[in-house]
Design a protein around this ligand. Structure first.
Ligand SMILES: Cc1cc2nc3c(=O)[nH]c(=O)nc-3n(C[C@H](O)[C@H](O)[C@H](O)COP(=O)(O)O)c2cc1C
Length: 218
């Protein structure tokens, strides 16, 4: 793609408030979007995310009750994603998840695993002071948001609209995750939602601060 085409996709992406309920994203296109999430970078490469694609209308109704930023999107989106992030039992430096991940996903030899464990321990204890559950969840969430950004950009590049959503109550939504989706909310929390589909109206012109306000060169 040319630079102009890439920037055109960034201009095309907007927080789409309502989707055409009759237009569905193809399986192939949605798998492409999910693949860009899966390939996203994360701190120490730990992939602290999980994505739940909610297509069941009843579940979408349940989510609506706690999601003031989402009703129209839940009604009309072709695909609706819950962005989950790992909590302390999985994200703390000495968790089984991290140890297993270094062995079975990253295929690190024993010496490398030990070295990286120490490094992650130091990072979490002092460099970034991730000393309580909230700090650790927020740190892991930052990485989940990278996947979110990549999915929305990738979608825009193939002409698919999206909307990132934080307009919901985290606690009550996690109750739904636990009760209706059988998700262990000791291990996973919800960071965001994203609706995907095709726009019904054109957005208003994009507004952004000028480059000089957002970048400093020294
Ligand atoms: C983390 C995050 C949470 C957001 N939550 C909502 C939301 O709950 N409902 C909504 O309609 N838009 C939501 N937005 C969209 C923003 O309002 C929108 O991105 C911003 O106004 C810039 O407009 P643009 O994305 O159309 O360029 C959210 C955006 C981000 C990045």
């Amino acid at each position: 793609m040319t630079k102009e085409e890439i920037l055109a996709a960034f201009q095309y992406r907007h927080a789409c408030k309502e989707f055409d309920p009759n237009k569905k994203i193809s399986k192939e296109d949605f798998e492409f979007i999910l693949e860009t999430a899966r390939l996203s970078p994360s701190s120490f490469g730990l992939e602290p995310w999980h994505f739940v694609v909610v297509q069941d209308p009843e579940l979408r109704e349940d989510l609506k009750e706690n999601a003031w930023g989402a009703p129209k999107k839940l009604d009309t989106a072709s695909h609706y994603v819950l962005g989950l992030t790992m909590k302390t039992p999985l994200m703390k430096w000495d968790s089984d998840y991290i140890q297993d991940f270094m062995i079975n996903v990253q295929h690190h030899p024993e010496e490398v695993r030990k070295g990286r464990s120490k490094f992650i321990e130091q990072f979490q204890k002092s460099d970034f002071d991730l000393s309580d559950d909230r700090k650790l969840f927020d740190w892991a969430s930052k990485q989940s948001y990278i996947a979110m950004g990549n999915m929305m950009t990738a979608a825009a590049m193939i002409g698919i609209d999206s909307c990132p959503i934080e307009g919901f109550k985290q606690e009550t939504t996690e109750n739904i995750l636990r009760e209706k989706l059988d998700i262990d909310t000791e291990k996973f929390g919800i960071s965001y939602m994203i609706a995907f589909g095709y726009r019904v109206v054109e957005p208003r012109e994009k507004t952004r601060r000028p480059m000089n306000d957002v970048v400093t060169w020294k």
